[in-house]
Design a protein around this ligand. Structure first.
Ligand SMILES: Cc1cc2nc3c(=O)[nH]c(=O)nc-3n(C[C@H](O)[C@H](O)[C@H](O)COP(=O)(O)OP(=O)(O)OC[C@H]3O[C@@H](n4cnc5c(N)ncnc54)[C@H](O)[C@@H]3O)c2cc1C
Length: 379
């Protein structure tokens, strides 16, 4: 059974590391980078240049999976063909697609052209270089940063940047920069409950971050954004760096006549995470529109991508042994948001669907524990 796994993110790598050398199973993992990126820690790399990657090849030891660093151009699931950027065509019996998501700029004028994103190491490097440059003695431009989108990524990023700005400000004797967090919705971190959100909001205020909820980003230029309140009042915020973390959409790379797509271009899958109408194609992670037990879309998180990957890995082993597949039953073990340094807020799932809310150092430890757990599951 010739199996191709596309993408070595949380989803694809979890598949590969579940596999074992098995007669008749021939598996190739294709990924554009030679390393896996801990995407959930990119905000740390953006502020502090922290190393958040791991080489892939050593992780595949004992799996029987071959690796190829190459870029996928498109996937034609009607013809069962994966077309590579270099023109080659790869064929498969079973395909696993885990190519993740891209930033959604919602066609806001000037945004895609002028804003940085936070989806890759290159993005993180660009932000890191800006903040360092902004604190160099010969820097003459605007030093303020505007971050659009107050979800998990935006909030984690601004707190980390505020910390870095404070360090640089002290070390170089320059006044600190302004950091604006712009959000169209009425609140930051809509996924958290009110008490945890209030704690997070207070932490951001203590850092001096300007929180602008209820302000829709209307336009961006090279050095400013225009925001608008619900009653139509507009304001221009000059900025040295604009960063957009306000939305994602599934990578649009898979073509198929009978493919079904949902919100954000996510590909609808069945109970075994196979694209509807294409039983030989598993779609997992941010690209996949899987449903939970209540019939609601499973969130696009690393936690769910990893769960889906592990199940798919086990299902590929079952296919190789001609056994029945196991269905996907998503679980949310909790959610933690880091707020710079040793500060975090979040909740952990308890038995009988109870949630244990946590703030401060304990929440930080839980956040770190989820990262260690991921790392130990792939190493
Ligand atoms: C800053 C930040 C913080 C986050 N924090 C959290 C958090 O705290 N908790 C949480 O659960 N989630 C968090 N997320 C979301 C989480 O990172 C994603 O949901 C998760 O990465 C999705 O996994 P995936 O495997 O679908 O995609 P990815 O991890 O993005 O992996 C996709 C892989 O495909 C590769 N690829 C893409 N295109 C091609 C191509 N054409 N050819 C070859 N290879 C290709 C990429 O290089 C990548 O390795 C965060 C995201 C960001 C950006």
């Amino acid at each position: 059974m010739k199996t191709l796994i596309l993408g070595a993110g949380y989803a694809g790598l979890a598949v590969a590391t579940q596999l074992k050398p098995t007669p008749g199973l021939e598996t190739l993992l294709v990924e554009q980078n030679s390393y896996h990126t801990f995407e959930t820690r990119l905000h740390e790399a953006a502020a502090h240049n922290t190393r958040v990657t791991l080489p892939i090849i050593p992780l595949l030891k004992g799996t029987g999976v071959h690796f190829e660093q190459a870029q996928v151009e498109s996937v034609n699931i009607d013809e069962k063909e994966v077309i590579m950027k270099d023109g080659r065509v790869l064929l498969y019996d079973t395909l696993v697609v885990g190519l993740g998501s891209v930033t959604n700029f919602y066609r806001i004028p000037g945004l895609a052209e002028n804003a940085s994103e936070l989806k890759s190491i290159d993005d993180a490097d660009e932000i890191f270089n800006f903040i360092n440059r902004a604190y160099s003695s010969d820097y003459e431009g605007n030093r303020d940063i505007v971050v659009g989108g107050a979800g998990l990524t935006g909030v984690e990023l601004v707190t980390e940047l505020a910390q870095r700005a404070e360090q640089l400000s002290k070390a170089r004797g320059l006044p600190t920069i302004n950091i604006y967090l712009v959000e169209a919705g009425p609140r930051i971190l809509p996924v958290l409950d009110d008490a945890l959100r209030a704690k997070a909001q207070k932490t951001l205020e203590d850092y001096g971050i300007h929180i602008m909820v209820g302000h829709r980003l209307m336009q961006a230029t090279t050095d400013s954004v225009t925001v608008q309140t619900a009653d139509g009042q507009q304001k221009v915020l000059p900025a040295g760096k604009i960063i957009w973390t306000g939305g994602i959409q599934a990578r649009d790379i898979v073509k198929g006549e009978k493919l079904e797509k949902g919100p954000g271009g996510r590909i609808a899958v069945d109970e075994f995470l196979r694209a509807k109408n294409y039983p030989e194609v598993f779609v997992i992670g941010d690209m996949s529109l899987a449903m939970n037990q209540e019939g609601k879309p499973v969130p696009t998180t690393a936690q769910h991508a990893g769960q889906q990957g592990r199940l798919t890995g086990k299902n590929i082993m079952r296919l190789a042994r001609s056994e029945d597949l196991s269905p996907y039953e998503p679980t949310s073990l909790g959610e933690f948001v880091s707020l710079g340094g040793l500060m975090a807020v979040g909740w952990m799932k308890l038995p009988w669907n109870q949630k244990l809310a946590m703030t401060g150092g304990m929440a930080h430890v839980m956040k770190k524990a989820s990262e260690w757990k991921w790392r130990s599951s792939i190493e």
